[in-house]
Design a protein around this ligand. Structure first.
Ligand SMILES: NC(=O)c1ccc[n+]([C@@H]2O[C@H](COP(=O)([O-])OP(=O)(O)OC[C@H]3O[C@@H](n4cnc5c(N)ncnc54)[C@H](O)[C@@H]3O)[C@@H](O)[C@H]2O)c1
Length: 371
């Protein structure tokens, strides 16, 4: 990750995070670990936890050896998340890096006000702008609002890696399969694009008529949930919203159809109700068969968790996308460390100079030159 490497070397040289505690919550895997190492090298104390189901414990152990306080343990139960969030909030972080806004919420509930925070996801940004709108009294830079991240990570990185993860975990070709994508936002656009490149016939389900028109102009069919799902081979959610695919809709899926989720939460597909009505049977690593009333079977990948990380063999976004996204994180945390007072409270976009600096660095890493 040359772009991140150069940024972290600069921040370490300047000791930007000297004496600061950073509460860190992001998938703990080798690529995000590079960012943690860079924050430590910049002088920070880092107290870290991952997101449910995606922590790689070899990585967690390596980070502990390097001085990061990692809270995740193998075999952590359901209540571990709340406990870890509370412990990070209790450490009074000066800066917070969050992925879903739960850590920011835990800090607010504990009466802590960090200097500033970054939020990685669309889902977290929704929570900050809706449920927590009045409560956030410090600046939160929403990395996902960066046009750079949207293009490089959400569209191309997620698109490529979600389609790859599904193909790898199922050993299925997408050629002439009917792939229904819920949400024609940044991730959905990419998933639709890369599924088409593998020969799929893609249908977009998108309530925003402007984005639905974009999907149609991009050459995809656009349909209602019921219209699309009734003949689907594969249904992929990418909305950032909960229970987008309800049980009643799953009941209309053809025999043998597959469900997978690319969104941040594991609640986009109503897995709770599906599990209650038609308990899943593990048929191959991370692939569950659910027999519906009437004898039809639908398959669910990775229990509806974020498929490009949680499915068997899923290794997340391509490293180039992570190089860019993590650089935006590092530079946003650095600007909050040095000049949080220049920002207004509440969620806000990545500052333009950071976008331009990072875009230029990525173009250079690709051997390209802007005009
Ligand atoms: N898998 C990954 O590695 C990865 C990476 C980045 C983001 N994400 C997650 O993917 C999700 C989508 O992110 P995004 O950047 O594409 O967001 P986005 O806001 O650009 O797109 C979401 C789209 O879903 C649509 N939508 C909302 N409700 C819907 C419904 N009921 N049915 C169909 N469509 C609906 C919205 O109109 C919007 O167009 C988020 O949860 C985000 O956190 C995942």
């Amino acid at each position: 990750m040359p772009v991140l490497g150069a940024a972290l070397a600069e921040l370490a040289r300047l000791r930007v995070f000297d004496g600061l505690t950073i509460g860190f919550r992001l998938h703990l895997e080798p690529k995000t670990a590079v960012l943690v190492e860079g924050l430590l090298a910049g002088g920070a104390r880092v107290v870290a936890m991952g997101n449910e189901g995606t922590t790689q414990f070899g990585t967690a152990e390596a980070l502990s050896d390097r001085g990061c306080e990692v809270l995740d343990r193998p075999g952590d139960g359901e209540d571990a998340v709340g406990s870890h969030l509370g412990r990070i909030a209790a450490a009074c972080p000066d800066l917070v890096l969050d992925n879903g806004a739960e850590l920011i919420e835990a800090c607010i509930r504990a009466g802590r006000a960090p200097k500033g925070a970054t939020e990685e996801t669309t889902s977290g940004a929704f929570r900050l702008r809706e449920g927590l709108a009045e409560a956030v009294e410090f600046p939160v830079i929403v990395i996902n609002d960066s046009p750079l991240k949207a293009i490089v990570e959400n569209k191309h990185g997620v698109g490529e890696s979600v389609v790859d993860a599904i193909v790898r975990a199922t050993n299925m070709s997408l050629r002439k399969k009917r792939v229904v994508v819920f949400g024609y936002g940044w991730c959905g656009r990419g998933i639709a694009l890369y599924a088409r490149r593998r020969g799929a016939d893609v249908v977009a389900v998108e309530p925003d008529p402007v984005k639905a028109l974009e999907a149609a102009m991009d050459g995809f069919d656009v349909d209602t949930p019921h219209g699309a799902v009734g003949s689907a081979d594969v249904v992929i959610t990418a909305t950032g919203r909960e229970r987008v695919v309800r049980y009643e809709l799953i009941e209309t899926m053809p025999d043998g159809a597959l469900l997978a989720n690319a969104g941040h939460t594991d609640a986009e597909i109503d897995v709770v109700r599906l599990e209650r009505e038609a308990p899943g049977e593990l048929v191959s690593p991370s692939l569950y068969a659910h027999e519906l009333a009437g004898g039809r079977t639908v398959f669910l990948l990775a229990k509806g968790r974020i498929v490009n990380l949680a499915a068997a063999g899923g290794i997340g976004n391509p490293i180039e996308a992570m190089d860019l996204g993590l650089t935006l994180q590092a530079r946003s945390l650095a600007v909050l460390a040095t000049s949080a007072g220049d920002f207004r409270p509440g969620p806000q976009p990545v500052p333009r100079p950071i976008n331009e600096q990072t875009a230029t660095a990525m173009l250079e890493s690709m051997g390209q030159t802007p005009a």
